[in-house]
Design a protein around this ligand. Structure first.
Ligand code: GLC
Length: 566
């Protein structure tokens, strides 16, 4: 492959030293408690189109990311996950890959990537790539060959079938992006399967050649020095080979299709064989596998950790994002559930596919305070947090107002009911300059008006900003063993307004109290079972929130984080 050729030529001594380093470091615990680096790290998702534009073409790029590494370090980020930056026709903005072993020219070159990786490493920041495992672009050479003839070498790398009858797809499966999941191709008079856009044909993971090729891609990047992958759409890797129809459910989805249960094309058990194999390779490099795992319950989440934790180290707990209201009871339930899971929890509150947390939890009046409240929650829980760019400054989801402005294929098909995901992918707001300091050219998506009040430059100067709050909590998290590794012990479990808990490590306990109501609250903490008796010493608090003896007084949506001793 073209990319491999570049690598061999361009690698030189640097790659040799990266290689040696990764082999030597394999699975060395990061702390005396035996935790691995990815358990103590704070991850940060970068949507590269929208982060920082170094060449002023309106689209972010890798050199832009490199220029912001000091910002990220200072914020308290230990690992960046870069959404797909590989060559792609950009039909789904990079989630349609046409070459897995190169960088899309719009984002830079492999040399730019190496520089980013080197500069990140200097600052102790790990680089994680987005591995689109379920499908390729329809412009990938594998697919171009596959569709060229029924006898082509890559024919069986994708899922081709005859229609049921003339003009009828092989079965009733529908695409996540609307309409049938089958696309007829007149060249060979067969249909190919695509769970997402028609431009994203599904790979046939039952074919050993596909496995070998994809495992080869994994190794290729690991050898280049990446610290792991976020595995895209892992649920959908396999399909029932007999193509049974999915059961039809009542009602229609946003695209007007009859709803169905994805019984035969989602979460098939074979997925786990592949995850175990990907993990084996990752383990050789002390790398981490993060999963885009949309699970219905903890039993399902447990399956992604694997028996004996031999699959994903960090399957994302999206159940947490389904608590879309400030409900202590609901959060308690979710936190307890994931603490009882068989592996280490992974928390996200926003990403490039869902409405930003600022909007989901904000009440329109106290949004900034609520953004701090949410940070106070998910950055202090037992588990690894994955932030989403802009969350730390309170960026809002700003969907397009008119159909003709929509860029996301999901919004183009689903308008007006489904406006797509452009709203949560708008340019990072760096300052109050034109285009929020993101680019000197017109950005690919408009900058939301909120950049005047919510941007990195202004918030860096304001000690009460959301950004300053994130920095304080992250600093504490990095230096406090109880917050990093301590057990989670819920307190005052029947309180309807305040979510309070301890994080306990040996003789140390961190108290976290979060007022999820718009009214000031004073709660007397029930520490009787915890073994800790001292009053809490305040470490981070919003407004006038404070501890008085064994009680805590919290402002509306206030946060108090303090230290207890035996
Ligand atoms: C994942 C990605 C999403 C993409 C889809 C298809 O869900 O997060 O952005 O559209 O996979 O690759």
């Amino acid at each position: 492959m073209q990319g491999k050729f570049h690598w061999i030529l361009g690698c030189g001594l640097l790659c040799v030293s990266l290689l040696t380093a990764s082999a030597q470091d394999t699975a060395k615990p990061a702390d005396p408690g035996g935790h691995q680096w990815w358990q103590n790290a704070v991850f940060y998702e970068i949507y590269p189109r929208s982060f920082a534009d170094s060449n002023n073409d309106g689209i972010g790029d890798l050199n832009g990311v490199t220029s912001k590494l000091d910002y990220l370090k200072n914020l308290g980020v230990d690992a960046i996950w870069i959404s797909p930056c590989f060559p792609s026709p950009q039909k789904d903005f990079g989630y349609d890959v046409s070459d897995y072993e190169n960088i899309d020219p719009m984002y830079g070159t492999l040399a730019d990537f190496d520089r980013l990786a080197r500069e990140a490493k200097k600052r102790g920041i790990h680089v994680i790539l987005d591995f689109v495992v379920n499908h390729t672009s329809d412009q990938h050479p594998w697919f171009l060959d596959s569709k060229s003839s029924r006898a082509s070498a890559h024919r069986d790398w994708y899922i081709w079938r005859d229609g049921k009858a003339a003009g009828q797809p092989p079965n009733n499966w529908i695409s996540d992006f609307g309409g049938s999941a089958w696309q007829f191709d007149p060249t060979t008079n067969q249909y190919y399967y695509h769970m997402f856009e028609a431009a994203q044909p599904d790979l046939n993971w039952r074919n050993p050649a596909v496995k070998d090729a994809m495992f080869g891609v994994e190794r290729w990047w690991l050898k280049r020095g990446v610290s792991g992958f976020r595995l895209d759409a892992v649920d959908t890797l396999f399909e029932d080979p007999d193509l049974h129809d999915n059961p039809v459910l009542p009602g229609k989805n946003a695209f007007g299709d009859a709803k169905e249960e994805n019984k035969y094309n989602d979460k098939l058990p074979e997925v786990h064989d592949v995850l175990r194999q990907l993990r084996k390779i990752a383990d050789e490099y002390d790398a981490v596998l993060i999963g885009e795992t949309w699970t219905d319950d903890i039993a399902e989440l447990n399956r992604y950790y694997g028996d004996g934790n031999n699959e994903l180290q960090l399957p994302m707990d999206f159940l947490f994002t389904t608590v879309n209201k400030l409900s202590p009871a609901e959060f308690r339930k979710q936190i307890a559930a994931v603490n009882g899971a068989s592996g280490w929890p992974t928390f996200v509150i926003s990403n490039h596919d869902i409405v930003r947390s600022y909007n989901r939890y904000g009440d329109g009046e106290h949004n900034d305070q609520i953004a701090k409240l949410m940070a106070g929650l998910y950055l202090t829980l037992r588990g690894t947090p994955i932030m989403y760019y802009g969350e730390e400054i309170g960026m809002t989801t700003t969907p397009p107002a008119r159909k003709e402005d929509v860029k996301d294929p999901l919004g183009i098909t689903g308008w007006p009911e489904e406006k797509g995901r452009d709203g949560e992918r708008t340019p990072m707001q760096w300052n109050e300059d034109e285009n929020a300091g993101f680019s000197k050219a017109t950005p690919w998506l408009p900058v939301p008006p909120s950049y005047k009040t919510h941007n990195v430059a202004d918030e860096s100067r304001d000690p009460d900003s959301i950004l300053s709050f994130y920095k304080k909590v992250l600093k504490l998290r990095h230096t406090n063993r109880a917050l990093l590794n301590g057990d989670y012990i819920p307190l005052n479990e029947n309180d309807p307004n305040v979510l309070a808990y301890l994080r306990v490590y040996k003789n140390q306990a961190m108290l976290v109290a979060l007022n999820m109501s718009g009214v000031e609250q004073t709660v007397s903490l029930d520490l009787s079972k915890s073994g800790f008796s001292s009053a809490a010493k305040s470490l981070v608090a919003t407004g006038n929130s404070a501890a008085i003896g064994h009680a805590v007084t919290l402002d509306p949506y206030g946060v108090f984080i303090g230290q207890l001793t035996k």
